[in-house]
Design a protein around this ligand. Sequence first.
Ligand code: CTP
Ligand code: MG
Length: 222
Amino acid sequence: MQADIIVVAAGKGERMGRELPKPFLPVGGLPLLIHTLRAITQSSLIANIILVVAPEREALCHDILRAHGRFHVPVTVVHGGAERQDSVRLGLAALDTTSEIVAIHDAARPFLDREILERSIETAALHGAALVAVPARDTIKRVGEDGTVVETIPRQQLWLAQTPQTFRVALIREAHARALAGGVVVTDDAALLEHWGQVVKIVPGSYRNFKITTPEDLLVAE
Ligand code: CTP
Ligand code: MG
C-alpha cells in the first residue's frame, strides 16, 4: 500500500519572528524543509510528495531543492493559501487522480520517524483516518480571561495532535469541500472529519516529533 504526502510549508512563521518562514531557516546547516523531506523519503511507502509553499517563496524553494534535494521520490511544488486549511486543500487538489491514501504533514516537524509515518498509512488504509498523537504529559488547566483557573481537565483522556494525519483521499477531499462550503475553520485535518462524525484512529506518536514554532524550539532542534 503506497501513499502520497502533502507537506505544508506555506505559513508565515509569525511566532518564530524571523524574516524567512520556518521551513527555510537553517537547522544543523540545512534548511529545515530538507530535514523533513529526508525523513519522509526514508519510507518506501511514499510515492509522491506535494510540497505546498507561499507563491513568494516558490523561487527560494526551487533553489533549495536544487541545492539539497536529490530524492528518489518526485516532488511537486504548489502554491498554498492564507490559512493552513487552505494550503492543505490546495495540496489535495494537486494529487494524482489515482491517489488513494494521503498523509498530510507539517514541514515544521523534521523529526518524523519512518515507523510512525508507515503506521499512519496502514491505519488510514484500514480505518479511513489516522491521527498521530501523544498523551498529554502535563496537567492541563482551562483558564479564564482574567488569568484564574476555571478547571483542571482530567489528563487520562487528553492527547496532543501531531502530524502526519493520514486519510483515504476521497474522505479528506469531501471533508475539505464541505468545510469550504460551510465556512468551517479548524486547525487540523482530523478535526474536519470529527466535525462530520467520522471515526479518526489514533496512532501513538513520539515526543521527538514536535513542531518547531518558537525560537526556543529551533534551539532544541539544533
Ligand atoms: N502552513 C501552511 N499554510 C498556512 C499556514 C501554515 O502551509 N497558511 C504550514 C506551516 O508552514 C507549517 C504548518 O502549516 O509547516 C504548521 O503551521 P504553524 O506551525 O502554525 O506555522 P506558521 O503558520 O508558519 O507559524 P505561525 O502560526 O507562528 O505564523
Ligand atoms: Mg500558523
